[in-house]
Design a protein around this ligand. Structure first.
Ligand SMILES: NC(=O)c1ccc[n+]([C@@H]2O[C@H](COP(=O)([O-])OP(=O)(O)OC[C@H]3O[C@@H](n4cnc5c(N)ncnc54)[C@H](OP(=O)(O)O)[C@@H]3O)[C@@H](O)[C@H]2O)c1
Length: 280
């Protein structure tokens, strides 16, 4: 079948590992279902896979794509939940130490067919286009959990989204606005800041700039480049929810600020099946 895949880990030149070609048609083990893919979306995770980050060398070649939407053999329209928990795991799948995302162990969705456990194929709302539905399983689910499960923010409070144009950042802006939060975003160019305002941000700022006032919560996927600004932007008692570190994972911790101002740092990863159900 047609597929877009990573041939091998390529840390320094990720695009050199990208292949567009043929891969074997997958078999669906007991309890798994084949999904004919109608749309899949591109995430930063695919670039990590090409670089060999978060995947063992023996797993290559690996079809890319950690989310998507498509049809089951009976024609049912579904959205993929890409967090695959280990057999017998009960409860929050994101806490299963042996969970994997599609493309870490199991082949991904940039192909004509992808196989997933039956419980990882959720009904697609008819109101969503295929392309919209295919964005929900990774970027939007991550943003959903960050805001509604982790942050504790209430309507009327102010959130700062670090990054304006990214997959998770644009989902955070739209979900935050829809939830009645005051949404501020930082973006590196005026075009990216304008995009965030179009999507619902009340105000946008250059990265690192002084804000008109401190915020109740910061949403981080950038990491090293924005972390100290994130800490400095918080009200006493504020929360920072972190789900990624694109620019590097080891910023200065600034512990004195964390304990003096009683800040909370909350890690967040993807979301559960039931959170995806709620998002849908
Ligand atoms: N934990 C999880 O479950 C989970 C789920 C999804 C994603 N992630 C991680 O979250 C991160 C974002 O994913 P994504 O798919 O949203 O990626 P993306 O679409 O490539 O977006 C990257 C974002 O990072 C910002 N950015 C990158 N480098 C920056 C820098 N040096 N200074 C300031 N801003 C910078 C960009 O800001 P501009 O708008 O200014 O360009 C953009 O908003 C990735 O590291 C990904 O692996 C984690």
């Amino acid at each position: 079948m047609f597929a877009v895949y990573a041939a091998e880990p390529s840390p320094d030149d990720p695009m050199a590992a990208l292949r567009v070609g043929e891969r074997p048609e997958p078999d669906a083990p007991d309890g798994w279902v084949p999904v004919t893919v109608r749309a899949a979306s591109l995430n930063m995770h695919d670039l990590w896979t090409l670089r060999g980050v978060g995947i063992k060398a023996e797993q290559f070649p690996m079809i890319l794509g950690c989310d998507g939407a498509g049809t089951l053999p009976d024609g049912a329209e579904v959205v993929l939940h890409s967090v695959i928990s280990s057999p017998g795991w009960v409860g929050d799948e994101t806490l299963d130490p042996r969970r994997t995302l599609l493309t870490e162990k199991h082949q991904g969705s940039f192909a004509q067919t992808v196989v997933v456990p039956a419980r990882n194929a959720l009904p697609k709302p008819a109101s969503l286009s295929w392309a919209e539905a295919a964005c929900l399983g990774t970027a939007w689910l991550t943003a959903y959990r960050m805001i509604f499960v982790k942050s504790g923010l209430r309507p009327g409070q102010t959130m700062l989204v670090q990054g304006a144009s990214g997959g998770v950042a644009t989902a955070l802006v739209q979900l935050g606005r829809a939830a009645g939060l005051r949404v501020w975003a930082s973006g590196r160019t005026e075009a990216k800041r304008a995009l965030a305002r179009e999507l619902g941000a009340h105000e946008t700022f250059e990265p690192g700039s002084r804000l008109p006032e401190r915020v109740d919560g910061v949403f981080e996927t950038v990491g090293q480049a924005t972390w100290s600004h994130s800490l400095k932007s918080l009200e006493p008692g504020g929360r920072i929810v972190v789900a990624g570190a694109t620019s590097g994972p080891t910023p200065p911790a600034d512990l004195a600020r964390v304990f003096f101002l009683q800040l909370s740092v909350l890690g967040s990863t993807m979301g559960t099946r039931s959170e995806l159900e709620s998002l849908l």
